[in-house]
Design a protein around this ligand. Structure first.
Ligand code: GTP
Ligand code: MN
Ligand code: MN
Length: 396
């Protein structure tokens, strides 16, 4: 007879692309802690450590019940010594001293604020911090010349740090649909990124654009951007040309995972959504607490006077547009749906387990020395010898 008091022992495959990771998470306290350490490592230029924490968090995300004791974790993959120490600390003491001290550290707080500016990466932020710049006011006062992206990022800092809602994503999708339809009939627009995985909010909105006839997508991006610009929808945009066919490692060579689609990183000017009636009165801060519950206390990380944003009839939203030829569409769709860890794990699986190279353009079989065709995401999973995982279960 089974012992009913026996602890549940979990078993999980080691690659995130072999697992179904929904948005439901029974171990959010643990995964939040590990994700914070991952973020801190990434912002400090320690990518290896960052990935290790991300992998550990991803394993905990798929466990069917809350972890009660470390003994349940024996045999689970990707849980290194460091991650296990953090987990044990939280299980035994309710919190991890390392996580708490990281959260409070001036270095981490400054890195978060500065890299929160669109166009500012970890390296730039670190350089500024070493010059004594820890917040937006000090950055402004420093007299540093910002590039166009950073200036736009600073100008729209408050808006961009607010999560984008599904309703806002849908409104932007309508605008993008209208833009492409006016420029070239028959174009297909697909919402990718976190929203395709079923997330309710995002840091931006991602779109993949293609045309059912190969070649018709060429030159599409500048036309779409011009239309959007003429209609006053763009606060900022930077388009990067597709150089896949021209580049040396184009057809005939294994694809690198650096993306070379025609893509546009932009900031949209979106007319504000009407708030539900119950939330509408005042539309702003009451005693320093906004309707979304966040305190408007940090003068130093705000880019305009309190309340100014609420008086505007529009808000800034980060939008990514990517154009792909139909022949590469399945790869692009898979590559731009995420999550970032899921993508990384797919490429690791392809390389280590199948001797294949996967990118957002193609899949190359190093043994057969040929590209493998795919017209759907299902085809790609099949080539890789993986069970198909739908977008809603790629939230690793
Ligand atoms: P939120 O925007 O916060 O909701 O998360 P997200 O999952 O949508 O993240 P993000 O918008 O940063 O990226 C969406 C997907 O695009 C992820 O799978 C990324 O891996 C992918 N992605 C982002 N930048 C690039 C890139 O330069 N090249 C390629 N191939 N993929 C990218
Ligand atoms: Mn996104
Ligand atoms: Mn994006």
């Amino acid at each position: 007879q089974e012992n009913k008091s026996e602890v549940v022992v979990f078993s999980v495959p080691s690659y995130a692309c072999q697992r179904r990771t929904t948005l439901e998470n029974q171990n959010a306290t643990l995964t939040d802690a590990l994700s914070l350490l991952a973020e801190n490592a990434e912002l400090s230029g320690e990518d290896g450590r960052g990935v290790a924490f991300r992998r550990a968090a991803a394993v905990l995300k798929v466990l069917p019940s809350p972890v009660k004791s470390a003994s349940q974790l024996a045999g689970l993959p990707c849980l290194g010594e460091h991650s296990l120490r953090v987990i044990k600390d939280i299980l035994e003491n309710g919190a991890s001293s390392e996580v708490e001290s990281t959260k409070e550290s001036e270095q981490f707080k400054a890195l978060k604020v500065l890299t929160g500016i669109f166009g500012v990466g970890a390296k730039t932020a670190d350089r500024w911090i070493r010059e004594g710049i820890h917040n937006l006011r000090q950055l402004r006062d420093s007299g540093h010349t910002l590039n166009r992206a950073q200036q736009a990022g600073l100008d729209h800092f408050d808006d961009i740090k607010q999560p984008v809602t599904k309703a806002e994503a849908a409104a932007i999708e309508e605008i993008v649909e209208k833009a492409v339809a006016s420029v070239l009939p028959g174009v297909r627009v697909v919402l990718t990124g976190g929203f395709r995985r079923g997330k309710l909010t995002g840091h931006d909105v991602d779109f993949l654009i293609t045309h059912p006839e190969e070649g018709r997508e060429v030159g599409l991006m500048p036309k779409v951007v011009s239309w959007l610009e003429a209609q006053g929808f763009l606060l900022y945009q930077k388009t990067t040309r597709n150089s896949y066919l021209e580049s040396k490692d184009g057809p005939g060579r294994p694809p690198s995972n650096i993306d070379r689609f025609e893509r546009c990183l932009s900031i949209f000017k979106l007319t504000r959504m009407e708030k539900p009636a119950a939330e509408a009165p005042g539309d702003g801060a009451v005693n320093g607490v906004r309707a979304d519950g966040q305190r408007e206390s940090d003068e130093l990380s705000r880019s305009e006077p309190a309340g100014a944003a609420a008086d505007r009839r529009w808000r800034a939203v980060r939008v990514d547009l990517v154009v792909s030829p139909i022949s590469q569409f399945a790869f692009a769709l898979l590559g731009w749906t995420g999550s970032k860890l899921f993508e990384r794990e797919l490429r690791r699986w392809a390389g280590y387990e199948k001797a294949m190279s996967l990118s957002s353009h193609a899949l190359y079989d190093n043994n057969q020395r040929k590209y493998l065709r795919a017209s759907s995401e299902e085809d790609i999973f099949a080539h890789l010898g993986l069970e198909y995982i739908p977008p809603s279960e790629r939230n690793a």
